[in-house]
Design a binder for this molecule. Structure first.
Ligand code: UP6
Length: 264
């Protein structure tokens, strides 16, 4: 649980996109990422418009959208500009470098064209990052988050896998392209220039009936070292998503301020 502030960590970050995101969080005063896990383009755009002012990051699962089209991507990018947030496609790539490069740049979604960030499993090794990097139009405006731990009950990640992933994120050949790690605990903190993204956040702790486990905003930021908290259903199932986003933003940001000794 580092007490360093985002501004100072921006200076240490090796990936340009991590510097940008640290600075965005510090100036906009938000460390909330919304998981826009809905299946229509209209719903995602509504979330982006209404919650945009409260978030640093909007996370998509583009392959759950029923009516995907390229004008949707343009509209989402404009909203990202208007409200000043970045877009992360939570694709969780996990194949060999060559296949991952094809999946990232081609197909219907052409993720490389619009996602500032993507998530990647470390399972295949360093080559998966090299694959993505090889087809990224601009290494400065793109980057990856490496999955180091998962929130789901019974996942198979062990200490050795975790150590290997952290090594890849801190000592590998592509540290200029790794913005951060997706994890659940402060044990994963290795270098203050990396951003810790933690999903499984809900004000009402507990679990869903498919293995997801939740912790409160305060717990993930102050005890588990999260820099960014990812909230999906905690916001999406609220009667007002705008109010819920504002509430999660306040709770996550206050917890960060407490951790680093800032007045909110
Ligand atoms: N996510 C997790 N746990 C992980 C990694 N990723 O929940 O270890 C992602 C899910 C979902 C979001 O794919 O998009 O974070 C959590 O959504 P929820 O808040 O509705 O549970």
């Amino acid at each position: 649980r580092t007490k360093m502030r985002f501004e100072a960590r921006a200076d240490l970050a090796k990936a340009k996109i991590a510097k940008d995101l640290f600075k965005l969080m510090a100036t906009k005063k938000t460390n909330l990422c919304i998981a826009a896990d809905v299946t229509s383009t209209d719903e995602i755009l509504k979330i982006a418009e209404v919650c945009g002012p409260h978030i640093c990051l909007l996370k998509t699962h583009v392959d759950i959208i029923e009516n995907f089209n390229i004008s949707f991507v343009q509209a989402l990018k404009s909203l990202a500009e208007k409200h000043n947030f970045l877009i992360m496609e939570d694709r969780k790539f996990a194949d060999i470098g060559n296949t991952t490069a094809l999946q990232y740049a081609n197909g219907i979604y052409k993720i490389a064209e619009w996602a500032n960030l993507v998530t990647v499993h470390s399972l295949p090794g360093q080559s998966i990052i090299q694959g993505i990097k090889s087809v990224a139009a601009n290494v400065e405006s793109r980057g990856v988050f490496l999955l180091t731990e998962m929130s789901s009950q019974g996942n198979l990640i062990n200490d050795k896998y975790k150590e290997g992933t952290i090594k890849m994120a801190t000592e590998g050949l592509d540290t200029d392209f790794i913005a951060g790690i997706v994890c659940q605990s402060a044990e994963c903190f290795a270098f203050p220039g990396l951003i810790q993204l933690t999903p499984g956040v809900k004000i009402d702790e507990g679990s869903d009936n498919l293995g997801q486990r939740y912790n409160t905003p305060e717990f993930v930021v102050k005890e588990k070292g999260a820099d960014i908290g990812v909230v999906g259903r905690g916001i999406l199932n609220a009667s007002s998503i705008e109010k819920a986003a504002s509430l999660y933003r306040d709770r996550l940001w206050s917890a960060y301020c407490d951790r680093v000794g800032l007045s909110a």
